[in-house]
Design a protein around this ligand. Sequence first.
Ligand SMILES: Cc1cc2nc3c(=O)[nH]c(=O)nc-3n(C[C@H](O)[C@H](O)[C@H](O)COP(=O)(O)OP(=O)(O)OC[C@H]3O[C@@H](n4cnc5c(N)ncnc54)[C@H](O)[C@@H]3O)c2cc1C
Length: 248
Amino acid sequence: METTKGLIECDYLVIGAGPWANSFWDMLDLPDRIDITDNDGEVHRNVKMWTYWSLQEGTLGVKPSYGMDNDGKMPPVIHVDTDAPLYSSEDGSLITEKMWGIYYKPDFHFKGIQGGATPNLVDKEDVSVDPYGIDSPDFIVGPEFAHTWTSALAHCQKRYEDKYYRYRKEPSGGLGAFTPDNFPIFDAMRQNCYMIADSSHGYKMIGVGKLVAKEIMGEKQSLLRPFRFDRYDKGELLPESNSPFPWS
Ligand SMILES: Cc1cc2nc3c(=O)[nH]c(=O)nc-3n(C[C@H](O)[C@H](O)[C@H](O)COP(=O)(O)OP(=O)(O)OC[C@H]3O[C@@H](n4cnc5c(N)ncnc54)[C@H](O)[C@@H]3O)c2cc1C
């Protein structure tokens, strides 16, 4: 393995590089386009291996306690997906009649109501992951997100109906690298290199490291099986979601 500290020899390599998955994929000389057999046996040729979505998040500058439940307790993260028309809480105009989704929660770290909306697909051939996150001027949220998200908050809960002006205008967001079916890939590539590409599924994948460690030590893990790379070739894809979020 070639590193900034020179060449390091190892018997086995585990890669969990999040949005940087593609650069390791390239180092392993794996294909940037693949053929995919769907569950009906139809072959889709030359599908891009990695796509990027720009994650849209922000904070409403009210006290986090403003978002507590009716008993004054911390509510769960609220996540709503719907095809109900979304209207602006600012001027009543129609924002969208297509599927949309948001999530939000009181957040003491961000000092407000923090959350996000459906991410934007980055429709570009070459995407620079670096500089990452809010350091990238291309992938931070803009006024359109603020308008949509605060209107969606108002749609979901009356208490946010007149709060759009409290949106905190500060850079937020970041890129996620997604596989062709937007599900993770957990698999050994090139014999001795284990790829943990979580496709931005986050906390849902919290136990994966332990399963991968067991698998590498020779204990086959049935829970990891659906996420192997050859599912694309074998037409054993995971079920498609109706959610507008690529990680739901
Ligand atoms: C804006 C945003 C908000 C999110 N919000 C949530 C949320 O609320 N809940 C949730 O569950 N998930 C959320 N996610 C998704 C979650 O962050 C990811 O799914 C998760 O972090 C992936 O974990 P990972 O360990 O695979 O990769 P990462 O956490 O991305 O870690 C990869 C690591 O690899 C390192 N790396 C990259 N290249 C190299 C290299 N060449 N050499 C050495 N190291 C390298 C990076 O520095 C990084 O530390 C969010 C993502 C974004 C972008």
